[in-house]
Design a protein around this ligand. Structure first.
Ligand code: C2E
Ligand code: MG
Ligand code: MG
Ligand code: MG
Length: 292
């Protein structure tokens, strides 16, 4: 029948579409039971202060281990979870689990850690989102300033007035706020001025070719200067090489996150990293210095 309707191209197209639709339905169905089957786990990636080498924060990143599908990457299921609304219970689980983990680390003497949690647009649109955050803070006993909520630039820009109102309420709770993937979402400087955020996270797409692409270098140095002038913290994501580290440090970016320091790790593996070097990464101050 496909042939009648337009030849081989059409047939090929529908086959490919069916395959994608099939995968989508498979993932969607599996997603509905993933929480109750305890298939999610959080990994944590260190955020490092370059001057001291100290791990100052950890970004919680969700991982889904499905018995048949294997490890499903967030980029494959988070958008689907948003479309279906499943992100609401999943996001609540993420925040709760991150807070409980932070309390366990604090009980272990790691009292200076901060945990960053990604919040999706769909969560932020919920009437009771701010209340649900307050409830988790109260239930777990986490000091609010030790929790950082990451909102992407594009999610904030999709409904600026609402986002500004929610950010205001969140700041009243005392949590830290970061703009994730900064530089990719077209926020005007006039808007940025009204965002009650503490941190800008430079998107990794700009960091990747930083040392070879002058445009990326210009964008990154501009964001660093912007953050400094607005009195905001700035952190670079996706730092993978000594050269990137050296460039960022030279241009005044104090905080970094990326494979150069550590991949996202399960809590137990991260504890070993914290223990082995007492939460410090060695000699970052001089990393790449031989090139300057
Ligand atoms: P994101 O929040 O911007 O997280 C950074 C992503 O970059 C993570 O991918 C991280 O593993 C990866 N990454 C870290 N360092 C490097 C590096 O040096 N090089 C490269 N190439 N990549 C690096 P991941 O864990 O696959 O997550 C992808 C996205 O999925 C996240 O982007 C975030 O938008 C979303 N996500 C992850 N966990 C959650 C969650 O719990 N809730 C929500 N709503 N979204 C989440
Ligand atoms: Mg993030
Ligand atoms: Mg990001
Ligand atoms: Mg990103």
């Amino acid at each position: 029948r496909a042939k009648e309707m337009g030849g081989n191209n059409y047939q090929f197209y529908t086959a490919a579409m069916n395959e994608r639709l099939g995968e989508r339905m498979l993932i969607e169905n599996a997603l509905r039971t993933a929480l109750e089957r305890r298939e999610f786990v959080l990994h944590y990636q260190p955020q490092v202060d370059i001057a001291s080498g100290r791990i100052v924060g950890l970004e919680a990143l969700i991982r889904w281990q499905h018995p048949e599908l294997g490890m499903v990457a967030p980029n494959r299921f988070i958008p689907l979870a948003e479309e279906t609304g499943l992100i609401l219970p999943v996001g609540a689980w993420v925040l709760r689990t991150a807070c409980e983990q932070l309390m366990a680390w604090r009980a272990d003497g790691r009292r200076d850690l901060r945990v960053a949690v990604n919040v999706s647009a769909r969560q932020m649109a919920e009437q009771d989102f701010v209340q649900s955050v307050a409830d988790v803070l109260a239930a777990t006993g986490v000091p609010p300033h030790c929790i950082e909520l990451e909102l992407t630039e594009s999610q904030v820009m999709s409904d600026v007035e609402h986002a500004i109102a929610v950010m205001h309420e969140l700041k009243k709770l005392g949590v830290q706020l970061a703009i994730d993937d900064f530089g990719t979402g077209y926020s005007s400087l006039a808007h940025l001025k009204r965002f009650e955020v503490d941190v800008l996270k430079i998107d990794q797409t700009f960091v990747r070719d930083l040392t070879v692409d002058p445009d990326d270098a210009a964008i990154v140095t501009t964001i660093i200067a912007l953050a400094a002038n607005l009195g905001l913290e700035v952190i670079s994501e996706g730092v993978e090489t000594r050269e990137q580290l050296a460039f960022l440090r030279q241009h005044g970016c104090q905080q970094m996150q990326g494979y150069y320091f550590s991949r996202p790790l399960p809590a137990a593996a991260l504890e070993a990293v914290l223990r082995d070097n007492d939460g410090l990464f060695g000699d970052l101050e001089h990393a790449g210095a031989e090139r300057t």
